[in-house]
Design a protein around this ligand. Structure first.
Ligand SMILES: *Cc1c(COP(=O)(O)O)cnc(C)c1O
Length: 335
C-alpha cells in the first residue's frame, strides 16, 4: 500500500518558528483535527508532546480521548460539552449551552464576521448569563477569522472587533478569569503573537501557508510526503492504451509500472484529462483507478507529493484538502 513519511525535523522546525513568534510553547495549541490534517492523529500528538507543546485542538471528543495522555489542555471544536478535566468545549451556538452537561468547561465562540459559527455580538450578554445559570465553567472566549490568508485588510477589522469584545467583557466582569483566542496560522503569521494566550496552529505547523507571498514572514517546511510502491511493470508498444477508458495512448514504445495509490486512498481522481505531475516530475498516465496509478518508471518507490501546496495548485484546491483527505489506513512512519 501507499505510505506516508512524516518528517519530524521539519515539524519541529515549524513549531520552533512559531514558538519564536509566541515566545512560549505553552501558548501554542496544535490543531490535530481530522486525523491531524491527514498526518495521523496519535503520531502527531506524540510528536507535539515530544516538542514540548501542552495544548491541542480537535474536532470531536473521540479524537480528544485518543490524545489525552499527551496534553494538559485540549479544546474540542465541535461536540457536545461534557464534564472532563482536560477538555474544554466550544459553544458554537446558544443552543449548545442547553445541550452542555452541567459542570462542563466551555469556551464561547463569538461571531466577529465570518458568519459560520459563534454567537452574535448582541447575544453575548445573554450567553454569559445563560452559561452561569446552567452551571457551566467558562474558560475562554474565542473567534475565527474569515480572511486571514487573503491579500486584504479584512483581518484587521475582525481583529479589532474581537479586541473590543475583550474590553467589554473585561469591564462588565473585571474579575473573570478567562482566556481569549482568535489566531489561526495565517493570523499568527501576519500579526504579533507574544500577547496571545493561545494560538490555534493548524496548517502552519504542517509546513504550509496559503498566504500570498508578500506575507511570507516565516520559512515553513512540509512535514508530510506521500509515497507509492510498484506493483507491476510492463512494456507498451506505441499506440497501446493504459487504464480505464484507455485514455492514455503510448506515443512510442515505453516501459510503465503501476503503483499502489488510488482514489480509494483519498487521492483525487479528478477528470483524468489533465495529468497530475507527481513530486518526481512524472505525469500520471491515464485514469486513476481505485487502488492504482500508472507511471513511466521502474523505481520500486516513487514520491507522489512532497509539497501539498504545489499539488493543490495543480488540481485547483488548497494544501488542506490534499492532505486531509488521505485515508487513515495509509501507513504513516516517522523519518
Ligand atoms: C481549523 C481551525 C483552526 C486552524 O486553522 P489553520 O488555518 O489550519 O491554522 C483554528 N481555529 C479553528 C476554529 C479551526 O476550525
Amino acid at each position: 500500500m501507499a505510505f506516508i513519511k512524516i518528517n519530524k525535523e521539519n515539524f519541529f522546525y515549524n513549531l520552533s518558528q512559531f514558538t519564536k513568534k509566541t515566545g512560549s510553547k505553552e501558548s501554542i495549541g496544535m490543531v490535530l483535527k481530522d486525523n491531524a490534517y491527514g498526518h495521523g492523529l496519535e503520531l502527531m500528538a506524540q510528536l507535539s508532546h515530544e516538542f514540548g507543546l501542552t495544548q491541542a485542538v480537535v474536532r470531536t471528543y473521540h479524537e480528544a480521548q485518543i490524545i489525552k495522555p499527551y496534553f494538559k489542555q485540549i479544546l474540542v471544536l465541535g461536540d457536545v460539552a461534557c464534564v472532563d478535566n482536560i477538555c474544554s468545549f466550544t459553544l458554537n451556538d446558544l443552543e449548545d449551552i442547553y445541550k452542555a452537561q452541567k459542570g462542563s468547561t466551555v469556551e464561547l465562540k463569538v461571531d466577529t464576521g465570518m458568519h459560520r459559527n459563534g454567537i452574535a455580538f448582541e447575544a453575548l450578554e445573554e450567553a454569559l448569563i445563560l452559561i452561569e445559570k446552567r452551571g457551566l465553567k467558562l474558560k475562554g472566549i474565542m473567534s475565527h477569522n474569515r480572511s486571514a490568508d487573503e491579500l486584504s485588510s479584512e483581518l484587521f477589522w475582525q481583529h479589532k472587533k474581537f479586541e473590543e469584545i475583550k474590553k467589554i467583557i473585561g469591564s462588565v466582569t473585571p474579575n473573570i478569569n478567562i482566556r481569549f483566542h482568535s489566531f489561526n496560522s495565517a493570523t499568527s503569521l501576519r500579526l504579533p503573537c507574544q500577547n496571545e494566550e493561545l494560538i490555534r496552529l493548524g496548517i502552519g505547523g504542517y509546513g504550509y501557508s496559503e498566504l500570498p507571498s508578500v506575507y511570507e514572514t516565516l520559512e515553513l517546511k512540509p512535514v508530510l510526503s506521500l509515497w507509492a510502491k510498484r506493483v507491476s511493470t510492463r512494456k507498451l508498444k506505441k499506440g497501446e492504451r493504459v487504464g480505464y477508458g484507455g485514455s492514455y495512448i503510448a506515443p512510442r514504445d515505453m516501459i510503465v509500472s503501476t503503483y499502489d495509490l488510488g482514489y480509494g486512498d483519498g487521492w483525487m481522481r479528478s477528470n483524468g484529462f489533465k495529468p497530475f505531475i507527481i513530486a518526481e516530475g512524472l505525469p500520471i498516465l491515464g485514469r486513476i483507478s481505485m487502488d492504482y496509478i500508472t507511471l513511466e518508471s521502474r523505481k520500486d518507490e516513487v514520491c507522489i507529493v512532497d509539497n501539498a501546496l504545489e499539488s493543490g495548485r495543480q488540481v485547483g484546491t488548497i494544501s488542506y484538502e490534499i492532505i486531509t483527505q488521505l485515508n487513515e489506513n495509509i501507513k504513516r512512519m516517522i523519518v
